[in-house]
Design a protein around this ligand. Sequence first.
Ligand code: FE
Length: 380
Amino acid sequence: MSWSRDCSNPPALDGACPSPARPQGRGTPWMKRAAGLVMSASALLVAVGAPAQAQPAEPQVLNLYSARHYQTDEALYADFTRQTGIRINRVDSDDAGILARLRTEGAASPADVILLVDAARLWRAEVDGLFQPLRSPLLEQKVPATLRGRDSGEGSQWFGFSTRARVVVYDKQAVKAADVDTYEELGDPKNRGRLCIRSGSHPYNLSLFGAMQEHLGPAATEAWLQGMVANMARPPKGGDTDQIRAVASGECKIAVTNTYYLARLMRSDKPEDRAVVERIGVSFPNQSSWGTHVNISGAALARHAKNRAAAVRFLEYLASDQAQIYFADGNNEWPVVSTVKPRNPALSAMGDFKAETVPVSVVGMNQVRIQQMLDRVGFK
Ligand code: FE
């Protein structure tokens, strides 16, 4: 792998970036451990008139709606339960599914904490009134203001807990690093027939494009999107990892991906993954201008949380050194807490970089307009 910029130090994201994007909805069925309606053993004892002192303490629970689709998060949840005794009932889905479910459930929703993986979705949920503000001196001290939701005086609506960058990978034998060191060049005629990218409507891309609109303005952004359509080596399909593999296989020469998918390949022991990594160069675009687009994963207190104390404890846990290390080492994301230094070799190899600082709320608001542009230019 080669790097189109100086990659030396681990990334420092303090004061960095807020930005956008969302994760996939792979339609994980509404699951597993729905909020429990099981009558507890202690309640039964009371019902039959057992002495009060015989009642065991009611176990504390937390109902978590999570759009994070990463196996490695299991360790994080288990660690929280080990530390606090609070059991987590988790409902997994994609961001859109979680928001739809919250709207349907209304005040009856058992959700206490909502964990989403795209800033634009966090913004949408905030605007739709699905969160409640939280005043937490600890979180305000640990999470940079640029990575928190709006504070209307009663606290922030949500908190970012990890970040990921949206970068360009390229076939280093066929493409010059200088041809892909800005996002603008993805739409330049010099890259005709070279580009692989997932669906334009995917939240990760909607957020990148929404941020671009802030930098370029609407007309130039639409022209840029049209340029990308003209440059595609194939119609958009698959996820980010598929785009990286398509560069390695020669199907395309340039692709767009989130860093954590790239880091997974970099840390893989499989010979086929190592071969992919050997073949590609990585560009953190726009280092000479506004910086590389960065997205966040964040969490919020649900509007109708019934287990508020447990929910606050969990949110504050997510900013602990241990949880931040889980994000970094488990899913190759950058911590938001500046004093936490990941030991992740892939993140270290990616080095320090300049991150864009477009307000999350703005990126969220741009989504509708971006989707209209995508429809007009035929970016599926
Ligand atoms: Fe993802």
